[in-house]
Design a protein. Sequence first.
Length: 411
Amino acid sequence: MSIHNRHYPKFPVAACRKIASLFLLLHFYCLPVSAQKPLPATRSRLITQVPFTTFTGGVVVIKMQLAGYPDTLNFIMDTGSGGISLDSMACQRLNIVPTPTDRFIIGIGGVRKVKFIYNQAINIGSLKVDSLNFHVSDYGVLSSVYGDRIDGIIGFSFFSRYIVKIDYDSNLVSIYTRGSFKYPKGGFYLKPSIVNIPVEPAYLKDGAESHSRFYFDTGAGLCLLLSSDFANDSSIFNPGKRMWPTQAQGMGGKADMKITTVKEFRLGPYHFRNVPTHVFGDEYNITSYPYLGGLIGNDLLRRFNVILNYDKKILYLMPNTRFREPFDYSYTGLALYWTDGAIRVGDVMKDSPAELAGFKVDDVVISINNNTSQNLQVYKSMMQDAGSKIKFIVSRPEGLVELTMKIKSIL
């Protein structure tokens, strides 16, 4: 997710008075015609549908193009982004020169000054979206995490113009014009606050109970993320609650975290139990505590087919075939990245199953359980079977080494 600085236009006092007078005058002359029938609402219509791929943690990736460029680009659909952005390496590949600015973005890994590309257009399926201002960021870490190129992130600048349906049963994103929309039966309307990023209240219960507000963040590949300030002040966890050290990646790089579970989480009428939950020291206050407690990520939200209607401030959730799918409780303490044409060990958490198994940073993974596909998404799925033992062949300067790791459970 990313949060942009917000800029508001300033008007001279005289202009404000004229605007106020004009409003009062229009209001006065409109009173006699109040009995007229209102114009019928414009009906929304389907513009295009595009398939998507789901990466680790439920993150949705679609293919699109910058208008005027033939290259197909991979973009994450991220309600946790306050704009739209392009990877710096994609700019180099396309020979696009960004414009330096004094603006900053805040992400999980820190604060970054950003460059911009102004007045661009994108093609998504048969839809052309114009007048977009991209900020430019380095998404090298995200590309390494997913084992596939991430060229950019689609956020508020796109979602605010359309009604967007993300259907995990068909793996299709449907894009509609704004207007009167017929929602399918069997779901629930959330009415979030939306400025740049949707904010929705939810209920938590573990050692204590808490009602708080959370970002609705489809770009976060986890279930729940809480700031440590919120966790401490709400006393949501008992003092002796077991937490495991881990890392997460996002805008700006990596951040150290801990992972545990929350006994109960409720979003609207939907209840979830024993939800995997990350807790981190929010140094850059991306969760805006105490206004917010954290964020709801897409490893939970992917259990719904979601309709995003920013214009009407509606998020419509409809349980899908993944609704009752078990959560991932596996814990390895091992972080794998696609780097320099190979899958490498990037991080080994202290006292973790990975450290006990003998992994070292920069080990090159040759196979897992005799699977030599070198598909990072497949390998990460194989590491989600809590309680099982898996065999690795890794390459080191001294040769090939066989390592066996038992995957623990955070429950």
